[in-house]
Design a protein around this ligand. Structure first.
Ligand code: ADP
Ligand code: MG
Length: 580
């Protein structure tokens, strides 16, 4: 089967796409939406929910849900959902499994091959965690692709033959990535990447929540410690207001009471776009340094950038557009939908992997996001000092790449050296991320300065292979960082797959019903009492219909409920609804 799916596994939203005869196309999920929120929940019956239904449940029962887990990929952090412990790979795995079910329903046959995107700034461990999550979900992960690269591919593919330099500015819910990409003669080359792994629209939403509380004489941290439900409610209100303010100049935030409920007379705070912009400006200022760094690394001035491309939902904010325009001296463009462009580019790359005829002549190259090297000792004359980091592959080197560097023994009759591998930019080895270490034995006895060649080979998936050769004997040792204990082992992945298989899930054709029910329950608690009666009756009717199991009756009641919700929840923060 040559079909390969492109997946944007986002911090906030995920999407799947494929390369069809008319170009890259988004695969809708069970609700018909083009984006699936990266949220996982476990409902009262112990059943796992993924996506929009989980996001609804998260507002009322935050302890039963997890989101933003992409931020913890590649760490040892565990997350508790409804009393059950998950590792980030499992939660991402559930999102990826849900996208797999959507793709299979869309095509009507099993699919198993995928290209999955990650922020360019993801380190080796985070990339491996993403591959593990894919495996847990049953995908064969053909390629890990940097998100800005994917976005550039989506644009490059539409502009075959173009010759220009692009700056890709991606501000999503939780991560910020910026890359300089050069397009020429059908080749797409990433010149440099930079970014921040914890900066995005969520931070803006929290800033709004904090300022709203401050205006009422309360502190966000204290409220968070006391009432998670109050925070999740407030955050949902602020998220909605923030998105509305990309379009309008004022929006309202209802502040839940200390127990998290909306009561008659709960304060309603008006937020203006001007206020929002003042509140988020200090956080948004953090985009400047990575932009300067990426231009410096690419050895370009801002005037040499032909086009600035906006990616990520947070770039819908007028302030972000203006700030980017001011920093780069030109109006940014977003001809493709900023929420979908990464998945679309991943689909083009997936087409390349699956050798779709349409993309045969497109060549894509990428860069190593960090410097890779080894720890060495330096002979400073009076003393030998160890702990220095010696680069073998420099940051932003085009990959795949293979580089060899010669090192030598320090003392006479030294029979062994220990190769310690790091990634990072510090001069001191221990300030960089340790990727692993191994020993090279069998160095023949003799004077000091026996040469040992160390070769680093870094492939397109960001997986590093190191080969050390004792020059005198020609004997070599190979060490693949991918197999090292930093990532999940195959048996750990098998155990996770088995654990996932035991989780209860709703049948796919019931997902829309679950979502509407949870959304209605969330909205119910927000309504004034006279409207509660109306919604209560609609809910009763829908629940009775569900119990009766007649599809036509269920559909009729669901539509009535949806009409009511659409009217009440009109300017909600539906990420699929914000298209300009
Ligand atoms: P990620 O790449 O992190 O998964 P997305 O690119 O989907 O995220 O962006 C999600 C972020 O975009 C959220 O923080 C959301 O609040 C924000 N967002 C979406 N639409 C808008 C809008 N109209 N105005 C402001 N922010 C928006
Ligand atoms: Mg994204």
């Amino acid at each position: 089967m040559n079909l390969v799916i492109g997946i944007d596994l986002g911090t906030t939203n995920s999407a799947a796409a494929f390369l069809g005869p008319d170009g890259a196309q988004i695969i809708p999920n069970a609700l018909g939406d083009r984006l699936t929120p990266s949220v996982v929940g476990v409902d009262e019956s112990g059943t796992v929910l993924v996506g929009a239904a989980a996001r609804e449940l998260q507002v009322l029962r935050p302890e039963r849900c997890a989101g933003l887990f992409k931020r913890y990929m590649g760490t040892d952090r565990k997350l508790t959902v409804a009393g059950r412990t998950f590792i980030p790979e499992e939660l991402s795995g559930l999102v990826l499994r849900s996208l797999k079910a959507d793709a299979e329903a869309f095509f009507g046959h099993p699919v198993s091959r995928a290209v999955i995107t990650v922020p360019a700034y993801f380190n080796d461990r985070q990339r491996k965690a993403t591959i593990a999550a894919g495996k847990i979900a049953g995908w064969t992960v053909e390629r890990i692709l940097n998100e800005p690269t994917a976005a550039a591919i989506a644009y490059g593919f539409h502009e075959a033959g173009a010759d220009k330099k692009l700056l890709v500015f991606d501000l999503g819910g939780g991560t910020f990535d910026v890359s300089v990409v050069e397009l020429f003669e059908g080749t797409l080359e990433v010149k440099a990447s930079s970014g921040e792994s914890a900066l995005g629209g969520e931070d803006f939403t929290r800033a709004v929540a904090a300022r709203v509380l401050l205006g009422l004489g309360e502190s966000f941290e204290q409220v968070e410690a006391r009432s998670p439900k109050r925070v999740s409610r407030l955050v949902q209100q602020c998220e909605r207001a923030k998105c509305a303010l990309s379009r309008d100049v004022v929006a309202a935030v209802r502040v839940p009471a200390p127990d998290g409920e909306f009561k008659p007379g709960t304060p309603q705070v008006t937020v203006t776009r001007e206020q929002l912009e003042a509140w988020v400006s200090p956080t948004l200022a953090r985009i400047e340094l990575p932009i300067r760094r990426v231009l410096g690394d690419a050895r370009l001035t801002r005037d040499q950038i032909d086009e600035v491309i906006l990616v990520g939902g947070a770039t819908r904010m007028p302030l972000v557009v203006n700030r980017v325009a001011a920093l780069l001296g030109k109006e940014p463009r977003c001809r493709l939908n900023p929420d979908e462009v990464v998945a679309l580019g991943a689909a083009v790359q997936a087409g390349l992997v699956g050798r779709a005829a349409a993309v045969e002549d497109l060549v894509v190259t990428d860069v190593a996001p960090f410097t890779l090297g080894v720890e060495i000792s330096k002979d400073l004359g009076a003393e030998v000092r160890d702990g220095y980091f010696d680069p073998v592959i420099d940051r932003n080197t085009t990959i795949p790449v293979s580089r060899v560097k010669r090192y030598s023994t320090l003392v006479p009759n030294q029979r062994m050296i220990r190769v310690k591998v790091y990634q990072g930019e510090s001069r001191r080895a221990d300030e960089n991320l340790s990727l692993g270490e191994f020993e090279v034995r069998g160095i023949p006895p003799g004077p000091a300065n026996q040469p040992v060649d160390i070769r680093f080979t870094y492939d397109l998936n960001g997986v590093l292979e190191i080969e050390a050769t004792v020059v005198a004997t020609g004997k070599s040792v190979t060490h693949v960082i991918a197999k090292h204990a930093q990532g999940m082992t195959e048996s750990e992945i098998r155990a996770a797959v088995a654990a996932m298989a035991k989780l209860k899930t709703h049948p796919r054709d019931e997902e829309a019903n679950r979502f509407v029910l949870l959304r209605a329950e969330r909205v119910f608690e927000e309504l004034p009492s006279e409207l509660r009666d109306v919604l209560g009756r609609l809910l009763d009717g829908f629940e009775a219909a569900l119990a009766g199991q007649d599809p036509a009756v269920i559909a009729r009641h669901r539509e009535a409920l949806e009409r009511f919700l659409a009217a009440y929840d009109a300017d909600g923060a539906d990420p699929n609804g914000g298209d300009e």
